[in-house]
Design a protein around this ligand. Structure first.
Ligand code: HEM
Length: 269
């Protein structure tokens, strides 16, 4: 028998939902979030499918801890090292925030590769998800650049010499190499300009690009739905006679070549 809610409880629930209804009526955001959270996924998804969300979580941790570090870090050769020492040894929980950001960078990159490996081994890059794979390649490049530019910021011996090696490596590229190296150094030597350029790329340019690409990436995940594992009868890349009738994303991938029209699009005579 369905439980009858008391009048008081109904009133309380209505009051609690008032701001949600207000927002939904004016923006449709609540419906959008509901669609995102309760969309259909294949019944045979497994733990490997959580690697993308794990990568996203690692990115969010980097963004939050990075913003906190930016409150206290001083991007100049005279003050950078000392400000990092102050964050680590003197600020309340500074060691924790810095440690999370430093170790979290490696966690982010490792998860990124594991997620990419999952996508590759499951064949999830195949039609119609090729574009999402390409966006992923962009994300990978930006993530590596984020690590490279962040490494210089403590301005200690390791940071300095690792950057010398990194920039010299870039300089060996054909034709564009010397220009890239000059741009990264901000002149002929590694110094104040280099630190300024690396800092602005590390906290503005690259995170901005990452956020934009992650937004597009997730939009495509929602639009196309998630793939089944390779051992499933719905695995990506298989020839299918019929189209799956219950769409998982906003579109149904069609079998290519045989001109089949999904059932919901067929016009009855
Ligand atoms: C910041 C980095 C990234 C984040 C936050 C991210 C996030 C996600 C999430 C949440 C999903 C859906 C769940 C899942 O399949 O795990 C996904 C799917 C996908 N990702 Fe990524 N991803 C990133 C990088 C990459 C890279 C480097 C590639 C490949 C080069 C890639 C290719 C794909 C593809 C093709 C899918 C669709 C998988 C399917 O439909 O089964 N992603 N991503």
């Amino acid at each position: 028998m369905p439980r009858v809610k008391s009048k008081r409880r109904q009133q309380l629930e209505q009051a609690a939902l008032l701001p949600v209804d207000w927002l939904e009526e004016r923006s449709g955001l609540v419906g959008g979030v509901k669609y995102f959270l309760f969309r259909k996924v294949p019944h045979d998804t497994n733990w490997f499918h959580t690697l993308g969300s794990a990568t996203l979580t690692a990115f969010i941790v980097q963004a939050v801890t990075g913003v906190i570090l930016a409150f206290y870090y001083k991007p100049s050769p005279d003050e950078a090292y000392a400000s990092i020492q102050e964050i680590t040894n003197e600020l309340t929980l500074g060691w924790l925030v810095r440690g999370m950001h430093r170790w979290g960078a490696s966690v982010f990159i490792i998860l990124l590769f594991l997620h990419m490996g999952r996508v590759f081994l499951f064949g999830a890059y195949k039609y119609p998800r090729e574009l999402n794979w390409l966006l992923g390649v962009g994300l990978l490049v930006l993530a590596m650049l984020e690590g490279f530019t962040g490494y210089l910021l403590p301005w200690d011996q390791t940071a300095y010499w690792a950057t010398v090696v990194g920039i010299n490596l870039n300089a060996t590229a054909p034709i564009a190499g010397p220009f890239i190296a000059d741009f990264l150094r901000g002149g002929t030597e590694i110094g104040e300009n280099t630190l300024t350029i690396f800092y602005s790329m590390h906290m503005l340019l690259i995170p901005g690009g990452l956020i934009a690409l992650i937004g597009l990436h997730l939009y495509l995940v929602v639009r196309l739905g998630v793939t089944s594992p390779p051992w499933s009868k719905d695995a990506p890349g298989l020839e299918r006679e019929e189209v799956v009738t219950a769409p998982r994303g906003l579109v149904e991938p069609r079998p290519r070549g045989n001109g089949a029209v999904p059932e919901r699009d067929r016009v009855s005579p």
